[in-house]
Design a protein around this ligand. Structure first.
Ligand code: SAM
Ligand code: SF4
Length: 341
């Protein structure tokens, strides 16, 4: 059934190229806003969650992904909240990997449930794993995540290795006055286990509205700490310009480390990402103030063509940059766990 009377603000040009010439090839899909941690930079302690009816079903997610893939999306990353908390996630992975134009399906997870699920995810065809881990010190882990779980994450990483996942990435958020002591131990741990470590600057997406510019421990500062304690870092050539991370290799050749610096070195000019929230809203930027309601369209019987129109409108309205640091900058209403990082 079609919905002929539905109108969009932006003329429907069914392409994922925006008005600044950026093509969108990467779709981040959040499958839940629930989580088994309460990281202070992401989620409030007393979080309330989306009702079950509001969450897209796996069939609805696959329909959105399929439409996006026909318009040019090639890679999908599942995120949340904590994606492994969504029951039988491997079934969704299996369906997404079967979409003809999708080249890679990856997951960003806190790793707490990975030991149990790594085998199923590998079997389902998951291409890549990013595991978020801010500290190897139990007390500091608990201070940041506001729950325990370090040991489970380490077990999850071991199991993922056993299951043959290659190039596992470890993501660590950098916050001034909080994470400095974790930088070198994380780097040594990742060098030892051949994980690719990436430091991410703290963004104004915390739920408690505590972010301030001074809290951002920049990638440059983290690099200086690493060079002081481990050794010189040389910048690698970029294979994929749309990747936000700038990677470096240690002078002794043992390992790489990347820096994602959205605050001090914004990479909006080469952004190729779109997002679908767990409650079925397309977004063109983490910092967007608008949602494009795919769930309503899906549940009112909208056609694939109408979904394409919605996605094209979302892309057409994308701003040139996130605007952090500008006077006009406004935080989005949603915190990170409600969007999907
Ligand atoms: N729960 C999963 C996890 O932690 O990996 C997936 C969702 S989490 C929102 C995705 C990524 O966003 C994590 O690597 C997390 O560290 C990062 N993140 C969350 N809040 C952030 C913030 N305010 N600034 C920078 N990165 C943030
Ligand atoms: Fe949960 Fe990930 Fe947010 Fe931490 S960063 S609270 S693990 S969703």
């Amino acid at each position: 059934m079609s919905c002929p009377d539905r109108a969009f603000d932006v003329p429907v040009k069914k392409s994922l190229v925006d008005q600044f010439g950026r093509s969108h090839k990467d779709l981040r899909i959040s499958v839940t806003d629930r989580c088994n941690l309460r990281c202070e930079y992401c989620m409030p302690l007393d979080a309330s969650f989306m009702s079950q009816q509001k969450l897209l079903t796996y069939d609805e997610v696959v329909r959105c992904a399929s439409v996006a893939s026909k318009m040019g999306v090639q890679t999908i990353r599942l995120t949340g909240g904590e994606p492994l908390m969504r029951p039988r996630l491997y079934q969704l992975v299996e369906q997404l990997t079967q979409l003809p134009k999708i080249e890679e399906v990856a997951i960003t997870t806190n790793g707490l449930l990975l030991a149990d699920q790594a085998a199923g995810l590998a079997k389902a065809g998951l291409s890549r794993l990013n595991v978020s881990l801010d500290s190897l010190d139990e007390a500091r882990f608990k201070k940041i995540a506001r729950r325990s779980g370090l040991q489970q994450i380490l077990e999850g990483l071991e199991e993922a290795n056993q299951q043959g996942f290659q190039s596992i990435r470890i993501n660590a958020v950098s916050i001034r006055g909080l994470t400095e002591k974790d930088i070198v131990p994380l780097a040594e741990f990742c060098r030892k286990h051949c994980f690719h470590l990436r430091f991410i600057e703290f963004m104004p997406l915390d739920a408690e509205d505590a972010w301030s510019c001074e809290d951002v421990l920049t990638g440059r500062e983290v690099r200086q700490i690493l060079e002081m304690h481990i050794g010189k870092l040389s910048q690698n050539n970029k294979d994929d310009l749309s990747q936000p991370a700038i990677d470096y290799t240690y002078s002794d050749g043992s390992g790489t480390v990347g820096f994602i610096d959205p605050v001090s070195q914004p990479f909006c000019d080469r952004c190729d990402r779109l997002r679908l929230t767990a409650d079925g809203q397309f977004r063109n930027c983490l910092f967007s103030s608008t949602d494009w309601d795919a769930r309503a369209l899906l549940r009112e019987g909208g056609t694939d063509e109408e979904l394409q129109g919605l996605l094209a409108a979302c892309v057409g309205a994308k701003h040139f940059s996130h605007g952090i640091g500008m006077e006009s900058f406004q935080r989005p209403r949603r915190a990170m766990y409600q969007i999907g990082g």
